[in-house]
Write a protein of this length. Sequence first.
Length: 149
Amino acid sequence: MGRGNDKGGAGMARELRSTTRKDSMRNLRILSVDDEKNFTELLKQYFEPRGYDVDVSVDGDSALELLTRKKYDVVLLDLKMVGINGDEVMRRTKKLYPNMGFIFITAYSDSGKTKARLMKEGVYAYIEKPISSLKHLENLVNQAAGLNG
């Protein structure tokens, strides 16, 4: 499993512009949850032209509402948000959909303690912001959804 600790890089703009084949048999459904609206929009701009169905939420409450109305293949979660935080969103969602893939993308750092705890709870990957490769994230999304990345 490719679990990363990516740092920012200049290649991200190039990745946004590049087109990629739509090679999955179905459109993967992704929910991106982050209180940084610009970040969720960046992910939407990257994934949608590549054939992914992406919804965004800026807080845990609205994410849980979306998760009760629509089944997603993968949820991209920030850890620290106002109101319900990312790990609580994951725990509540796992009760409904135990096999759903979760990838945390967060700026929060505590010497790896939270990452270790979340990995034990079944998180597919934990990436520290800023991320440098959206292609790497796309591979993780496909792997978390059970596709070959």
